[in-house]
Design a protein around this ligand. Structure first.
Ligand code: PXP
Length: 243
């Protein structure tokens, strides 16, 4: 069964709305663990709009499950990650104006820089994944850069308005999972996944981990983090194949 990584950035977004000390994403991470999260994911953005350095350090000290740090390939962030040593770093693109990460990293274009980042992080015993769109050239480039994993952007599937384009996006994900696995990569998936749309993606064989943020935190506002995580985990238990 695929593992559930819970992205807690939105909890920090609420706190930063008032620059206060609540809600604390570190508490949220603890509650997510109690609800059955297999991993905690956070994105330390260059503009520090939600997660702060202090959060990253406390998460590193307190999270007992897998800690996954999403990050740009900019030098100050790479230095921070190498010092922090989370279990996994997921390389993502970052634009100041975006609401959230929009689409995957262009690994083909930035392969030289990415290779050097991967080497530095791996030297600190960090597993490196890259968040990419489900395209053959990008998947091959990630493998060539020496990453252990890919996270496939599921936005194409999640944002599809018509059944035809949804099916096309699913097939693209299926092909990408097969190619990634063939190249020896562990395959993760994330972006735009919700309680309502997770089933067909969860049913795809070969996925090791889902990273889900918005939908879980949104539900947590109404039912609490522990319950929200537990509900998503139950969907994975129901739909994700045991491999
Ligand atoms: N995976 C990556 C690499 C992301 O950047 C994000 C968004 O921060 C997610 C997963 C989670 O996406 P969502 O918040 O839409 O569930």
């Amino acid at each position: 069964m695929a593992k559930l990584g819970v992205n807690i950035d939105h909890v920090a977004t609420v706190r930063q709305a008032r620059r206060t000390d609540e809600p604390d994403p570190v508490w949220a991470a603890m509650d997510a663990e109690l609800g059955g999260a297999d991993g905690i994911t956070f994105h330390l953005r260059e503009d520090r709009r939600h997660i702060q350095d202090r959060d990253a350090r406390l998460l590193k000290e307190t999270v007992a499950v897998k800690l996954n740090m999403e990050m740009a390939i900019a030098e100050p962030i790479v230095r921070f990650a190498a010092e922090l040593r989370p279990d996994q770093c997921t390389l993502v693109p970052e634009k100041r104006a975006e609401l959230t990460t929009e689409g995957g990293l262009n690994v083909v274009k930035f392969s030289r820089r990415i290779k050097s980042v991967v080497r530095r992080l791996q030297a600190r015993d960090i597993v490196v994944s890259a968040f990419i769109e489900p395209e053959e050239a990008q998947i091959r480039a990630v493998a060539e850069c020496g990453c252990e994993a890919i996270e496939l952007w599921t936005g194409g599937f999640a944002h599809a308005r018509q059944e035809r384009s949804r099916l096309r996006a699913l097939e693209q994900l299926e092909r990408s999972i097969a190619l990634g696995s063939e190249l020896g990569l562990t395959v993760h998936a994330g972006h735009g996944l919700t309680y309502r749309n997770i089933q067909p993606v969860a049913e795809l064989p070969g996925l090791d981990e889902f990273n889900i943020g918005h939908s879980i935190v949104a539900r947590a506002l109404l039912v609490g983090m522990r319950e929200a995580v537990s509900q998503m985990k139950n969907l994975l238990l129901q739909f994700s194949p045991w491999e």
